[in-house]
Design a binder for this molecule. Sequence first.
Ligand code: GLV
Length: 309
Amino acid sequence: MSLLILSPTRETDTWLQALQEEDPKIPIFVYPENIDNESVEFVLAWNHPYGSLKNYPNLKCISSMGAGVDYLLKDPELPEQVLLTRIVDPELSKTMFEFILAMVMNHLRGLTHFKQSQANQKWEPAAYQRIEDIRIGIMGLGVIGSYVAKRLIGMGFRVNGWAQSPKPNCKATVYSGSNELETFLNSTEILICLLPSTPSTHGLLNKETLAMLPKGASLINVARGDILVERDLIDLLDNEQLSLASLDVFQQEPLPNNHPFWKHKKIDITPHVASLTNPKTVAPQIVENYWRMKKGQELMHSVSRKKGY
Ligand code: GLV
C-alpha cells in the first residue's frame, strides 16, 4: 500500500525527499511513474488532471499540497467516499504575512509609482501614508487571515476583518455575513483578499462590492483569481475609483500573454508566489495523516466538502 505524489505542475523531488526523510517506511511513488494503481491509498495532490483520481480504486485520502482545496473540489470526477485534507502550517501563515506586508508597504510608500517614474527617467516625488494613517480590511479570517490580522495589528495598523460567520477569537474588529459587507468595505482603504474559493465567494469582488470601498482604495488579492471579476477591476482602476491592485492569483494561471493586466500601470503582478508550502515543514503532518488513515483514526486538517475548505 502506498502514497502517490500527484502534481504535474509542482516540482516533486523535494516533496519526495522530505517525505522519505520523515518516514522511510512509507512506499512513495511520483505521478506519472508506472505503478500498481491498486496499491495507492493516499494521494498528495496539486493541480491533478481531472478524472485521474478515480484510477485508484483503494484510495482513502487525498491531501492537498497547499492550504487551498478548490481545484480538488472542482474535479467533476472526484471520488465520493475519499477523505480530503489540506495543509495548515504556521510557516505558510508567516510567509503569507511577510508577502502581504511587502505589498501593503508598497501601497503606502508608492513604490509602483516610483518604478514607473524611473522607467520614464522622471524625478517625481509623491506624498506617502504612514502605518497609522491607513485602515486595512482582511476578507477571510481562517487560520492564515487571523494570523495576518494579528501581525498587522502588532505593527500598528488598524485592521478590520470580514468573514462569512463571526470570529470571536480574532484580534481584528470583525464584520460578518452579507449584511455587514458594505459597512466593512466602506471603512477599508487597503483590501486584502484571503478568502477560500467556494461557490459563495466566486465573483464576490466585483464592480458593486469594490465600489463600496472609499475612492482611491487599493486591493491585494492573494487568495484565488475567481473571487475577482477581472474586467470590473480594470474599469474601477481606469475610472480612478481604485488606485492600485497587487495580484498574485488569476482566473487563468499562468496569466495568458494577451491579458490586459500585464500592461496595466496600476496593477502589480506576481506569479502565485505569495506563500508556498515548504515540503520540509509539512512532511510530519502528511506522514502523521498517512498513518492515521492506515489505522482508521481521525485525520488532521480535514476538509468539509460542503463548506469547500
Ligand atoms: C496556495 O495557493 C495554497 O493553497 O497553498
